[in-house]
Ligand binder design. Sequence first.
Ligand SMILES: C=CC1=C(C)c2cc3[nH]c(cc4nc(cc5[nH]c(cc1n2)c(C)c5CCC(=O)O)C(CCC(=O)O)=C4C)c(C)c3C=C
Ligand SMILES: [Fe+2]
Length: 438
Amino acid sequence: MTADAAADAAAAELTGPGPGADPGPGPRPGLGRRTFLRGAALGTVTGAGVGVLAGAENADADSGRAPGADRRIPFEGPHQAGITTAPQAAATFAAFNATAADRAGLERLFRTLTDRIRFLTAGGTPPAVDVAQVPADSATLGPVVPADGLTVTVAVGASLFDARYGLAGRKPARLKPMPVFPNDDLAGSTELHGDLCLQICADSRDTVMHALRDIAKHTRDGMQLSWKADGFHAGPRPTGVQRNQLGFKDGIANPDVRDAAVTDALLWTGGGQHGEPAWTDGGSYQVVRIIRMLVEFWDRVSLHEQETMIGRRRDSGAPLDGTAETDVPDYAADPQGIAVPLTAHIRLANPRDRATRAQQILRRGYNYDRGVDSNGNLDVGLLFCSYQQDVVRQFEAVQARLADEPLVDYIRPTGGGYFFALPGVPDPTDHLGSGLLA
Ligand SMILES: C=CC1=C(C)c2cc3[nH]c(cc4nc(cc5[nH]c(cc1n2)c(C)c5CCC(=O)O)C(CCC(=O)O)=C4C)c(C)c3C=C
Ligand SMILES: [Fe+2]
């Protein structure tokens, strides 16, 4: 089987081919609809996933937890945690500029980052110091640092591969600065790009901030914070996945990250494949987009129009040709878009046909709330984040189809960037970026 055929076959399981679509070779109908979010909800019911999460990889699709329980998500694994990890309640996307003087300094930065992330994600007691000395920890989480479901996912931007560190020849093949897309409002934005991006997620907001402060303090000589965006993940209202601030369930259709054939085809870069340098094996392209929602306008739109723009029922999350959130839309049976309009967000984003199967992305977005603008309008929206094997083949293909969707009148992208999430750290002797800097 060729790489493309393998991708096609695996991707067929991703969100389900739809009852009328060509199922492609080898999919198991019905299995692909399980999302990693739904996996988390199931975990909550069964009590699975509390405490130290086991597993061959650090994926924790069944990461439900008992209220108040501390949980530790393993740092080590072939892929970084925080990608297939079910979204925690709080997130910060923090972009940094590298300030290390040279390549040796950059290597020190990655070693320090690794050490701090290892400690913070495991939790523990910071070393005691004499009162005359600077404390080892900010103590914002108390004297003992809980693991609290923390993940810190380290990604690098295209600018890290400029002349400063002699890395030009080691750039991931598709890594580039995020282009300006139609309808973007990026002029004057101070929240764009970066040499590094840290996606910091945890079960509590204070744990995210504690981790950011700890990391920034220990890496002061190697990188400098450029911008950050904070997000939250809401609980189910009343069931299923969370709702975004347009009132719609968001995150229903996503790859089945428990299926290695799917993640190998859509998520992880394979070193040596598709022209990627060998060191990228096990990494993933990360897209971050800060997308404001013009909720004052949206709240004056009829329910019918809202639902036809999205393609799903607002209350249930069901596709407009179905009755339940888990139903798979059957576009082949509705070629003229009578039930689900051809311009509906979900239909454009994922037409569920053979030609676009390999373009599917893993979305891992968060809501944001940044107060009020100078006109008295709410500054709320979506911290869109997606992971994919190939940012051009996947994210850009989806984004191009969405360019003129009706929803664009109600959203305004204001920042973000393209990054490459580094491969995981397989064992305690290794560190982030070791392949990149080898
Ligand atoms: C380029 C990729 C995407 C951007 C940017 C994007 C922005 C965006 N999306 C919503 C709301 C919803 N999106 C939904 C589904 C959905 N969205 C994308 C891609 C982008 N969205 C995909 C690939 C999908 C899945 C489609 C499918 O497989 O059927 C949904 C439906 C619920 C769900 O499946 O999650 C909603 C609602 C907003 C508001 C937004 C910008 C602010
Ligand atoms: Fe979307």
